[in-house]
Design a binder for this molecule. Structure first.
Ligand SMILES: [Zn+2]
Ligand SMILES: [Zn+2]
Length: 329
């Protein structure tokens, strides 16, 4: 074994006196000895590898997050009910060809955690960190809210406007999400009869209602990160059309052991109504992000959108042409 004299000295001082003793240790145990730092461990690993040897495997080694594609301290076994199509999509597109660690043999009639359709689903497990787990869990709800906006739009059909989704909700590998939506873009565009973009829609969904509809107590105030407000402004300026905020109330209904997401309320806010309903801008509790707090009165039930389009949108578009997009907070 060709260890440098420094490495040899450090091993002796750490009371590792034979190669057998060294090979019985894993990297974490070796690091816990005094005098053994990352550089020494790396030198030891290299010398061992040359000799076709390696340190012992660590039974408590952290797991690799499938979406981050690297070892993450809080990566754990996470379980999702998925249909075959969504499970394959996750593995191929978001998890770098990592198949699930385990898939249940049992096939269950239930709602897929991703497409939110009643399907044959199987419990599927991957190692994921806490952040990626939250992203994955938010997708079923996100997809449900997009479908809810589309069906509500089709139902009330605002005159002369057709809706198109611009940024489909799908699971992507970490870090790859941004290239599309960091470019200023709204979630939907509404096009006029000759195909020209008339307005954009930024969709926010949540569990709670706003006044005048939905299910349960309305929320006391509406909270939006200032970065989200800035994204709306950037999208409006880049697209040169007003961007409207839409809030969808999406609730979970048990279809044990799965959950179905249902849209039960939809509201819109005119960008020109936002600033005058702003109550405060302050740091979100526990997070280093600023949020703007708005009176919920700035929202109107989405059922009133066709009337707004007919009676008020023309003047608002003119104002946008004259003085640009209004400040939101
Ligand atoms: Zn699915
Ligand atoms: Zn992760």
């Amino acid at each position: 074994m060709s260890f440098t004299s420094t490495v040899k000295k450090r091993l002796l001082r750490a009371q590792v006196t034979s190669i057998e003793q060294l090979l019985a240790l894993n990297e974490r145990e070796l690091r816990s000895r005094s005098n053994i730092g990352p550089k020494t461990v790396s030198d030891i690993n290299k010398a061992l590898a040359k000799a076709g040897l390696s340190l012992a495997a660590d039974p408590y080694e952290p797991y690799e997050c499938a979406r981050d594609a690297k070892v993450v301290r809080d990566a754990d076994l996470r379980s999702y009910f998925l249909c075959d199509q969504c499970r394959d999509d996750y593995a191929e597109r978001a998890f770098g060809e990592r198949s699930p660690i385990w898939v249940s043999g049992e096939r269950i009639d239930g709602y897929c955690g991703h497409c939110n359709e009643l399907q044959v689903v199987r419990l599927s497990q991957w190692f994921l960190c806490g952040t990626c787990d939250r992203v994955v869990r938010s997708l079923g709800r996100g997809r449900a809210s997009v479908k809810f906006v589309e069906s509500s739009w089709a139902e009330i059909s605002p005159p002369g406007l057709s809706l198109r989704e611009t940024d489909p909700v799908e699971l992507r590998p970490r870090g790859r999400r941004s290239d599309v939506d960091r470019v200023a873009q709204a979630d939907f565009m509404a096009d006029g009869v000759s195909g020209e973009a008339v307005l954009g829609v930024e969709l926010k969904s949540g569990r709670r209602a706003l006044p005048g509809g939905g299910v349960g107590e309305p929320m006391p105030r509406f909270q939006l990160d200032t970065t989200d407000c800035d994204d709306i402004t950037a999208a409006a300026e880049a697209l040169n059309v007003p961007v409207f905020l839409i809030h969808a109330q999406i609730i979970g209904r048990a279809h044990a052991p799965t959950e179905r997401y249902v849209g039960v309320g939809l509201w819109f806010a005119r960008p020109w109504d936002m600033l005058q309903h702003r109550e405060a801008v302050k740091q979100r509790s526990l997070e280093a992000r600023d949020a703007a707090y708005f009176k919920t009165k700035m929202f109107r039930p989405f059922a009133e959108f066709p009337a707004y389009v007919k009676d008020e949108l023309g003047a608002d578009l003119e104002s946008m042409r004259q003085v640009g997009f209004p400040d939101l907070y």
